[in-house]
Ligand binder design. Structure first.
Ligand code: HEC
Length: 145
């Protein structure tokens, strides 16, 4: 008799749609999972801007200007010489958002990004800079001057 409720639980799980079970699993590791929508937003909107306008100085084949690497989430959170490039509690007050608005630094230095691209990067920071794990790149080894 004691075993019965457990049997019922397994029966319930067996007939539960798989998305339920995935939902439970996702709750256990919130830091690593990002939604398909966020992954798409990064790959289609954010990555091309970073590659074209930032990676020559802050990317996997760069000298990491200002000590900042923008190719991996941990590295962005750690930031460069001035500390964290983004503030998850105050996304719009982030150093990175200030820099692309030409408020503290002026990034990219040669010309301010078009408003549309500033909006994309600001939205990305507000989402908590989601980057799919397979889209992250390795931090380059740079000699300290
Ligand atoms: C041509 C090179 C170049 C490009 C392209 C560039 N940066 Fe920079 N970045 C620098 C340099 C140099 C610094 C160091 C501060 C300075 O000397 O102005 C810096 C510093 C920064 C900092 C502050 C880092 C710190 O901790 O001090 C941020 C944030 C930043 N860049 C973001 C960006 C973003 C976002 C892009 C793309 C939209 C970008 N940068 C593109 C050269 C560049």
């Amino acid at each position: 008799m004691v075993k019965r409720p457990i049997f019922l639980l397994f029966a319930w799980l067996a007939f539960t749609p798989p998305c339920w079970v995935r939902g439970l699993a996702a709750d256990e590791e919130p830091a690593k999972k990002i939604s398909a929508e966020d992954a798409k937003f990064y790959s289609e909107k954010v990555a091309p801007i970073l590659a074209k306008h930032c990676f020559s100085c802050h990317g996997p084949d760069s000298e990491l200007k200002g000590g900042l690497f923008l190719g991996a989430r941990d590295a962005i959170l750690e930031g460069g010489e001035s500390g964290a490039a983004i503030d998850l509690d105050d996304p719009r007050g982030s150093l990175l958002v200030d820099a692309i608005n030409y408020e503290t630094y002026e990034m990219p230095p040669e010309e301010k990004l078009p408003e549309e691209q500033i909006k994309v990067l600001t939205k990305w920071v507000e989402l908590g800079i989601p980057i799919p794990a397979d889209a992250e790149s390795e931090r380059p080894i740079v000699k300290k001057q």
